[in-house]
Design a protein around this ligand. Structure first.
Ligand SMILES: [Fe+2]
Length: 213
């Protein structure tokens, strides 16, 4: 089965077929049959790009406390320019969803836009001042799929080592944004390739998942 067929299975809700493909994929990473261009993401997880064509993208995401060496995220509440479907292979993902209101009188946060060029993410403050309020919290355990629409403000956390496979559909009109300090400022962050030690730990974790699931 190729990557396009796996995406189709996920979109159709055929998790059994997608799970089988995922096990094979992880085995190929571990054996070296497939290259593993893992990068350390500023939002504190490791991302392994798997497939990209037009608006479609597929990545493996790993959250592993022992493997995090990258910079801390500027903020954890953010919204993507892309719709996502995420299949949880191992662990538990907790998503908090937030309502965000314009408020120029007593704001909590400023909205920042993320502009990506190559491996450089530039964060630019916008004029938008807001408050945020928790709307709901959802936990997603291994073997389940969750979806998130573009523009939906959320904050993700995890319990234990967690591996997901994320399908994203990018919208040309959307923006990647996050909530940050009112004072402004324009920090930069880079998505850095994982070190040899991080890659080794990733393979160890993926091997554990491939054998267990
Ligand atoms: Fe996110």
């Amino acid at each position: 089965m190729n990557d396009e067929m796996a995406i189709a299975a996920l979109r159709q809700g055929d998790t059994a077929t997608f799970h089988h493909w995922a096990r094979v994929l992880l085995g190929q990473f571990v054996s070296g049959q497939r290259k593993m261009p893992a990068i350390s993401h500023p939002l504190e997880f490791v991302c392994i790009p798997v497939y990209r064509s037009g608006a479609d993208g597929l990545c493996v995401h790993l959250w592993d406390a022992d493997n995090h060496t990258g910079p801390a995220a500027p903020t954890a509440i953010h919204a993507h320019s892309w719709d996502l479907l995420s299949y949880v292979l191992m662990g538990t993902v907790r998503n908090e969803l937030f309502d965000v209101f314009d408020d120029r009188t007593t704001p909590d946060d400023r909205v920042y836009e993320v502009l990506s060029r190559g491996d450089l993410d530039e964060t630019r403050p916008t004029d938008r001042l807001v408050r945020h309020a928790l709307r709901s919290m959802h936990e997603h355990c291994a073997g389940t799929v969750y979806s998130l629409q573009s523009g939906r403000y959320h904050r993700s956390s995890y319990s234990g080592p967690t591996v997901t496979i994320v399908y994203g559909f990018n919208h040309d009109t959307g923006r990647n944004v996050f909530l940050g300090p009112l004072s402004g400022g324009a920090p930069f962050s880079r998505r850095a390739p994982c070190s040899a030690a991080e890659l080794s730990r990733c393979k160890e974790l993926l091997d554990t998942v491939a054998r267990a699931c």
